[in-house]
Design a protein around this ligand. Sequence first.
Ligand code: MG
Length: 368
Amino acid sequence: MTIVRVEVFGYDLSYVHGSYVMSGGRTVTSLPSTVVRLTTDAGLEGFGEVCPLGSTYLPAFGGGARAALAELAPHLLGLDPCNVALVGEAMDGALRGHRYAKSAVDIACWDILGRSAGLPVAALLGGIRQVSYPLYIAVPLGPVDEMVRYVEARRAEGIHRFQLKLGADPREDAARTRAVVEATGDDDIVIADANGGWRLQDAVVAVRLLEGLERVYLEQPCPTLEECLIVRRRTAMPMILDEVITDVQSLLRAYEAGAMEAINLKISKVGGLTRAKLVRDLAQELGLRLTIEDTWGGDVTTAAISQLAASTAPGALFTVSFMNDWTVEHIAGHRPRSRDGVGETPTGPGLGVDVDVSLLGAPLFAAG
Ligand code: MG
């Protein structure tokens, strides 16, 4: 089986709760998402999606994904999509870096592999360990009352894991966190995620104020691993690293330094499901826990997340997010769909969702 056509589509994904605010004045209302459709000579189709979280979250942006995919598309023709390793090598041979863009192609290959095998991708990523799991939701940075109201509204919908977007004034951030802890119950988890927004001194002030708050976890307080390690030495708070964990090498470096107990694994950040499986398996083996998600995305991204989550050991799964619960637009009928704060992985072949291409309009470009 070989790839005979590559099509790249674009659509915008709006945040369902208005403005998504992170530290450093980073605000998102709508983002350009990019969908890849691979078609094979056997008539099978596979879909992948990539949607960077704006242009200042990681070294990635929507226009970059599309430009990189335009470079890559001709090099995919004639390849066997089921040989994900060779497709990865061909992409790396055609364009250095830009792993986030390659992620969409890699996901589409796994979709075809699953469809050709008649198995859900989770079965091929190591085996199905669970089909449902609790989800978390991010709470945009804002005034204390607003964040508490948002948490209460999501809690009424069944969510019990909250990731607070922090990284502003450390005292105000501590007040935000304390208020959310008070507004939640014994079964709720509260993650204080600064997205690397605190300067070192602010991070140390923040952890001093957050110390002792039950059920609170710290995520990526500062931008670099070195700064996070200094914070780590000052606190007993459980630590999750996200932005600095981009591949096996950075994971091992952080692990050797004793930097964290958990990582946030975003599929496009590491370059697709192939590398996400590698990082996931390694993290699991090292005794770490994982949040499994992506930077942003719609139904296809969420389907890929759900397959990776389903194949992760229950004891290693910290939390998961269904990105399509955060967005207005749906290209696969809002599947997979969460219910009462719980995500469920589709068990059909491939990613288990059917994309309605008519919702995407004409491709931005195509090869083959
Ligand atoms: Mg994070």
